[in-house]
Design a protein around this ligand. Structure first.
Ligand SMILES: [Zn+2]
Length: 428
C-alpha cells in the first residue's frame, strides 16, 4: 500500500478504504452465523452483553430526543426517567459501537428524509424499549476471533465468549464488520467476510427453471423439485399457548406471556432453519450440475398475497430465487417476458387458465403435456437467444450493511408488473 506523505489522516483512511473496496469487488461477500454458547457464559459476561444492548438503547433514544445531545467521545448519556432526565454513565459499550449507533440513527433519519422528498408520507423515528442489535465495526478492534480456542473477543466484554460455528469460516477470509444480535434463543454474532471467488467447474449442462405453485421448481427435462416444510407440531402448540390466559381490558394477559412468546419465537426459528436448509440443498443441486441457469424474475412476494399464501410460505421458493440471483452462473429473464403463454413453434401468445396444466397453441396447434416444463424451456431459450435479459446483481459492501434504514413492507414490489400466473391467483 502506498501513502503520500503529504496526506492527512482522513485522506489516508479514504485511500485505504478505496483500495479495500477495489480488492473486495473481486471477492465473494458472505455472512456467517456464530452462536455464543449461553451456558458457558459467566455472570459477568451475561451482564456485559445485556449492558451493551441496554446502553445502545439509551444512546438511540437520547439521539432521537435531541440529535445534538452527544459529543464525539461521550461518557454519559441523558436518559429519561419518568418526567426527569438523568445522566447515566456508559459502562459496557465500546467507543466504536457508540459511533455506529450514532451513524445508524443518522442514516435512518437520512432515509426518512429522502422518502419525504419523494413525496411519501413519513412519520418520526420512534423510541424503542429494546435494542437487540449492535454493529461491531472493525475486525481487530471491536471484535476479534480466536480460532484455536473457539472464542470471540468483543469490546466491552472482559472475557472472550465461547462460540460455536467458527469452522464455517474459510481460513483465507478477510473480515469486514460483524453484528452482535440478541435473539429469543441466545446471543449471535454475524460475521461478514470476503472470500476468494471459487473457480467454477464446468459440466456442459444448461438449465431453465420455472417457479410455480403446482410444482415449486420445474426444470427443462420435466423433473421437479418440491419443498414444503409446514409449521411443526411444536410451533402450533406454542402459538396456541401464547395467548392462553385471562382477559384484561379486552386484551389477553398471562403471567407467563414473555416466557411463552420466547418459546414461540424459538419454534418459528427452528421451522425457518428447516426451510433454509431445504432451500440450500435445492440451490446447490442446481448450481453444481449446470454451467448456466435461466430463471425468470417473478414476484413470488405477490403470489404470497393470493390464495396460496401458506403454500408459498412453506415452500422457501423465495429464498431459492434470492440465492440464485446472486450466483454468476444465473441469467435472469425480465418478469414481463410471457414464458407461460409463448408458443415455441410460432411465437404467438395463448393465455392459459391456471387449471389447465398442459399447453395448447391456438394458432398452430402445438401441444405440450406440461405447461411448466414448456415455460422452463421458453425461459432457457430466451436466455440462450439473448433477449429480454435483465441482470440486476450488485456488489454488497459492508457500508451498506451498516445502515439499518427502515424499509416498509411491500415497498420493493411497487412498480411490478404481475405475471399472468400471479394475477390468476388473485382472481381465484
Ligand atoms: Zn403456436
Amino acid at each position: 500500500m502506498y501513502y503520500n506523505l503529504c496526506m492527512n489522516k482522513n485522506q489516508r483512511i479514504g485511500q485505504t478504504r478505496r483500495e479495500t473496496k477495489r480488492r473486495h469487488s473481486n471477492m465473494t461477500c458472505r455472512t456467517f452465523e456464530i452462536k455464543a454458547v449461553s451456558n458457558k457464559m459467566n455472570k459477568e459476561q451475561k451482564e456485559s452483553v445485556n449492558g451493551i444492548f441496554r446502553e445502545a438503547k439509551w444512546i438511540r433514544n437520547a439521539l432521537i430526543r435531541d440529535i445534538h445531545c452527544l459529543e464525539d467521545n461521550f461518557k454519559k448519556v441523558p436518559v429519561k426517567v419518568g418526567k426527569e432526565i438523568e445522566m447515566r454513565e456508559l459502562k459496557y459499550i465500546g467507543s466504536q459501537m457508540k459511533q455506529s449507533m450514532v451513524k445508524s440513527v443518522h442514516s435512518e433519519l437520512k432515509a426518512l428524509h429522502t422518502k419525504k422528498e419523494k413525496g411519501e408520507k413519513v412519520g418520526a423515528l420512534k423510541y424503542r424499549s429494546y435494542c437487540n442489535s449492535v454493529n461491531l465495526k472493525q475486525y481487530g478492534i471491536t471484535y476479534s476471533i480466536d480460532f484455536v480456542h473457539n472464542r470471540v473477543k468483543i469490546q466491552g466484554i472482559k472475557k472472550p465468549l465461547y462460540v460455536r460455528g467458527l469452522k464455517q469460516i474459510p481460513s483465507e477470509a478477510e473480515y469486514a464488520n460483524a453484528k452482535l444480535v440478541r435473539k429469543a434463543d441466545g446471543i449471535y454474532i454475524y460475521v461478514t467476510c470476503y472470500t476468494k471467488r471459487e473457480i467454477p467447474v464446468y459440466t456442459g449442462h444448461v438449465e431453465g427453471v420455472d417457479f410455480g405453485i403446482g410444482h415449486n421448481l420445474t426444470m427443462t427435462d420435466g423433473s421437479t423439485i418440491d419443498i414444503s416444510i409446514p409449521e411443526s407440531k411444536g410451533t402450533k402448540l406454542a402459538a396456541k399457548r401464547v395467548n392462553k390466559g385471562y382477559k384484561h381490558n379486552g386484551r389477553n394477559k398471562t403471567g407467563n406471556h414473555w416466557r411463552r412468546s420466547d418459546k414461540l419465537r424459538v419454534a418459528y426459528k427452528k421451522d425457518k432453519q428447516r426451510r433454509y436448509d431445504a432451500a440450500n440443498k435445492a440451490y446447490h443441486q442446481l448450481v453444481y450440475n449446470n454451467d448456466l441457469i435461466a430463471i425468470q424474475d417473478e414476484m413470488i412476494h405477490n403470489w404470497h398475497k393470493g390464495l396460496f399464501g401458506r403454500k408459498i410460505q412453506y415452500s422457501a421458493m423465495g429464498s431459492v430465487k434470492a440465492k440464485l440471483k446472486h450466483n454468476s452462473k444465473v441469467r435472469v429473464v425480465d418478469r414481463s417476458y410471457p414464458s407461460t403463454q409463448i408458443c415455441p413453434r410460432c411465437g404467438m401468445l395463448t393465455k392459459h387458465p391456471l387449471i389447465k396444466r398442459d399447453y395448447d397453441c391456438k394458432y398452430c396447434g402445438y401441444h405440450h403435456d406440461s405447461r411448466d416444463q414448456k415455460a422452463a424451456n421458453s425461459i432457457l431459450e430466451a436466455v440462450l437467444f439473448d433477449h429480454e435479459v435483465s441482470l440486476e446483481r450488485r456488489a454488497q459492501s459492508p457500508v451498506e450493511a451498516d445502515s439499518s434504514a427502515f424499509m416498509p413492507k411491500g415497498m420493493d414490489c411497487k412498480n411490478s408488473s404481475v405475471k399472468q400466473e400471479a394475477s390468476d391467483f388473485s382472481r381465484l
